[in-house]
Ligand binder design. Structure first.
Ligand code: 0O2
Length: 240
């Protein structure tokens, strides 16, 4: 199996299961070892997150300086909690070893970039994914092809190099690009989903879909106005 570390460099034994046994009997030492492994992974993913955050803040500062324009409204980031990692290992039936976790759980580190306009979301995506020390593992374009519930966002999983005392480590980071309107919708939908433990009443789902359509119209309208303000003779903004 491909190891995340460079050749000959192994900080923790990646192939060993988090727990030495599948039975429910663990020694205190087993639990401590599992905790240490999860903490180690979380720390490594935090480093990957920092690399991406720095790249995004450089792009934002350069945009402001060169174009007198800020395409980013805000940036937030999070590393999954140990509880949430364990929940996903169980839900997706992933083998309980570090190598499998690395391979199958690609959103342990997540950065969300909220932009004013759809065009900016794609522009930042293009600029970030063009950086040659990063490589793109997977793109999910829910802006071009929204989820049936109305969810929109542009997701990319990027492999980010992190340099540790033990060598180079490649860490996947999920970056989500979206507009303020998409973000507003997603955060409300998230709250509703959790309030109803996933069993959202049908009428509410229909209302949420309508709200997503309204948000998409608002995005298109605001972008047209913005375009007219900055390029009044250029007609409609280029479609993506
Ligand atoms: P949080 O709070 O961001 O940590 P999976 O990760 O297996 O559940 P999949 O298909 O592997 O789903 O990943 P996908 O589709 O790229 O979505 C992962 C993340 O996108 C979610 O992370 C959410 O942040 C966001 N997302 C995707 N679909 C929806 C949606 O319908 N509504 C909202 N509000 N957000 C969505 P987490 O880990 O679920 O949540």
């Amino acid at each position: 199996m491909r190891t995340a570390y460079g050749e000959g460099v192994t900080a923790i034994d990646e192939a060993l299961p988090l727990f030495p046994t599948d039975s429910m009997e663990f020694s205190l030492q087993d639990l401590r070892d599992a905790r240490d492994k999860i903490q180690r992974i979380i720390l490594e993913y935090t480093f990957g997150l920092r690399e991406i955050e720095t790249k995004i803040s450089i792009l934002r500062d350069e945009f402001l300086q060169m174009h007198d324009y800020n395409p980013i409204e805000h940036v937030s980031s999070r590393v999954k909690t140990p509880d949430s990692i364990i929940e996903k290992i169980t839900r997706k039936n992933i083998a309980r070893d570090v190598a499998s976790i690395r391979e199958h759980i690609t959103d342990i580190a997540g950065v969300r970039v909220t932009c004013s306009f759809v065009r900016d979301a794609y522009r930042l995506f293009d600029l970030l994914t063009a950086q040659d020390d990063l490589s793109v593992r997977l793109v999910k374009d829910y802006i071009a092809k929204p989820k049936p519930n109305g969810y929109k966002s542009l997701h990319v999983i990027m492999d980010v190099p992190v340099y540790l005392s033990s060598g180079k480590l490649i860490v996947p980071v999920e970056v989500q690009f979206r507009t303020i309107a998409m973000d507003f919708w997603a955060s409300l939908e998230h709250k509703i989903y959790y309030k109803y433990s996933g069993q959202v009443p049908g009428t509410l789902l229909t209302d949420l879909k309508l709200a997503a359509d309204t948000a998409a119209h608002l995005d298109a309208h605001m972008e047209r106005l913005h375009h007219e303000l900055h390029e009044p003779d250029a007609g409609a903004p280029p479609a993506r």
